[in-house]
Structure formats: C-alpha cells, structure tokens
Design a protein around this ligand. Sequence first.
Ligand code: SAM
Ligand code: TMP
Ligand code: ZN
Length: 416
Amino acid sequence: MTTPVGETTCRVCRGPLGEFLDLGRQPLSDRFLTEREIPGEFFYRLAVGACASCGMVQLMEEVPRELMFREDYPYHSSGSSVMREHFARTAHGFLESAYAGPDPFVVEIGSNDGVMLGAVRDAGVRHLGFEPSGKVAEVARRRGVRVRTDFFEEPTAAEVRAAEGPADVIYAANTICHIPYLESIFRGVDALLAPGGRFVFEDPYWGDIVEKTSFDQIYDEHFYFFTASSVRAAAERFGFELVDVERLSVHGGELRYTIARRGAATPAAAVAETVERERARGLTAPDTLRRFAADVERVRDDLTALLRRLREEGRRVVAYGATAKSATVTNFCGLDAGLVEWVCDTTPQKQGLLTPGAHLPVVPPERFSPASSDGGYPDYALLFAWNHAEEIMAKEQEFRDAGGRWILYVPDVRVV
Ligand code: SAM
Ligand code: TMP
Ligand code: ZN
C-alpha cells in the first residue's frame, strides 16, 4: 500500500512520495571489494516510492554520486556484442536524422568507454562525451573519442555551449535514470541544445519491470524508473516536450524518449498511445504497486527455496555475470557463498574481488569451463546477467550440452 507521505518528497515536482517497496540494507552495487575493505563497506536503505502528483517512481534515499561514479567505476559498456551493435545502430541513426545539420555536434551524457561515440568519431563527426568515471573515460579517449571527465549538469553544459556552440543531439543511455538532479539536467540541455535539436535518452522501463517482476533493476544507481507519462510531465515542467517514444528490447526492456523544445516538433502518435496504455494498465496505481511488492517477495522465497534444496542435494551452483543488478538479488535474498560458490564475469576489474554486500568471489570466465580447476562445469548456473541471456546461452551452449542447467528468476524462478 502506498503509505501517506510527508517523509520524503518527489525529487522532480516536490509532490508527496508513497513508499511501496523496501529492499533493505544494501551496498553500492558496483563497488567490488577486497576482504580487507569489508569492515568499511558503505550501506544505505534501498526503498522505492511513487509520486502522487507526477507519477515518477523513484528511490526514497539518494546515494552521493561521488561514491558511485568514481575513478574505478567498473562497468564497461562494450562488454556485450549485442550492446555494441545497438549503439553503432543508434549512432548511425543520429547521423542520418533530419535534425542533425550539415556539421552536426553530438553530445553524450554517460559516454562510458565510448561504445556509442566511437562510431560518431569514426564518421568524422564533431562530438563530446561527458563521463565522470575516470578509467572508462580513458578507455574512450584511447579510441579517439573526445571526453570531458565531468558530470553533465547545468554549469558544465553551459561551459560547453560557450566554447563549442549548440548540440544537435544530446544522447544518454542508461544514465538519466542514474541522475536524481533532473532539473539541472534539463537546464543543462536548455543551455546546450540547438533550437531544432533533440534530447534522446533510454532507460529501463517501469512497465517492463512491473510485468517481469525484475526487481533487480532497483539499486543505488537506478534512481528513477521512468514511464512515458512521468517523462512527459517532467519535460513539460522544464519547458520541453516529449515528441516520441520507442520500445527497445535491450537490458530487459527499455523506452527511448525523444524530447524537443516546446513547439519545435509535432509529437508522434506513439506518445499519446503509450501514455494511454500506461493509464489503462494503472502502472503506478496503488494496487499495481502493492501487487508488484508481493511478486518480489514471492520470487525471493522461490529462489531461496530452490537454492537451499540444491545445496541439500549436494549440487554445485555458481552464478554468471557480476551485474550491478545482482547486488539487489544477493543482498535481498541473502545469497551467500554457502548457496552460490562464485560468480564469473568477463570484466578484469571485477575479477579477484568480492561482490558487494554478499561477498561472493568474482572469478574469470575460464573457471566456467569443462577444464575448470573446480573439476569441470558446475551443475547449475544462476544467470545474474539475464538481460544478456540470448548472447550468453549461445556462447555457453557446451555447458547445457554437458548437462548443466541455468537458473532464471525473471519473470519467475525456473530451471532451463
Ligand atoms: N551509456 C553507457 C551504456 O548505456 O552502456 C553507460 C551506462 S553506465 C550504467 C552510466 C554511466 O553514466 C556511468 O559511466 C557513469 O559514470 C555516468 N554518469 C553518471 N552520472 C553522470 C552525469 N551526471 N553526467 C555524465 N555521466 C554520468
Ligand atoms: P549489465 O547487465 O549491467 O550489462 O552487466 C553485465 C555484466 O555481465 C558485466 O559485468 C559483464 C558481464 N558479462 C559476462 O561476464 N559475460 C557476457 O557474456 C556478458 C554479455 C556480460
Ligand atoms: Zn512528482
């Protein structure tokens, strides 16, 4: 039940926030650590609420951005071949679009290792990435991408406008939902965007999270859970207009929002259609939120029951993909090294460390092989990187052929 308010107010409109889900004490989802760092580990309360005024779903507590997006932020966008293709397609779409002028300037917020801007650079087009996390920004620079190691917000955006002129496209993938200070983002876009330019961003869609009970999309970095309705309201509040929405299948289901200055473009029919579908589904209605919270508890109970049974039967269970999302699963469900031996992950920066909060060892993918020093393949692999299931299952067909089984928990717990 959405509780009456007062405690916390909406980060966008200051309206009353009703909390509907408490996922407990949680660590920083991307802070992998050594044994020695465990005593100083940072924790906060992970809970979600919905605004009764503008419908924006958001975290109740905000984690300081410098704790999350640091020099050694470990997430590398180029780690998935599907995502590399997705971003190359996106870049070419911008370069061919009607709103990119003859000498376009493309700005990206959260450019990470340059996975999208690399393609813009290869086309010889002016560009700039904003990326506060030092090491991934450096990876992009080594690819020839121009990066400013900084947070995008009103003052930094205004500086770029003064020095380099207006941007035709400002793009962000899986980043705007990470930024509580949305007003400063829109003011920055206002300072930097050309009159006929577009602000385009894509993030996990609340509609998919509810439908799939993918509660692991909820963690420190994911501050907002957008809908077309809440983004439209936010855009209008800050002098813009939502002119298009597009469904994307990546990362478990996303929406891409295209925003223009008010009156600069005619909204596509998809905007009104999506908003109406959300209203009809009651995506942020108290009943829906209550049902979602109950579904989350059911998934937790089913998953822990399955893992306990497998342990009693003496089966070997490991996990695949040390995702930020999995911090929520391991800590909310109490998955420790007694239930899950280790997690394999291709990211060198994560290997050799422990996962946040649950402290499962992260090992390189070589351990997940018939020649593994553990004595071959495990019996079961819990797929934390379920959003990359197709890519991973194809790559690991040999595990399945050898009798191994995947454990999935989205949209419900099952063994395949
Ligand atoms: N766009 C990439 C993708 O979709 O794979 C990276 C997404 S990653 C989950 C989020 C990125 O946003 C991180 O690299 C983080 O450092 C960056 N970030 C966080 N706050 C930011 C801000 N205010 N301005 C620019 N980048 C930011
Ligand atoms: P993401 O779900 O946030 O994109 O994170 C995916 C994580 O899974 C990241 O740490 C890289 C890892 N990974 C693998 O270990 N193997 C793979 O084949 C893929 C696609 C990802
Ligand atoms: Zn609000």
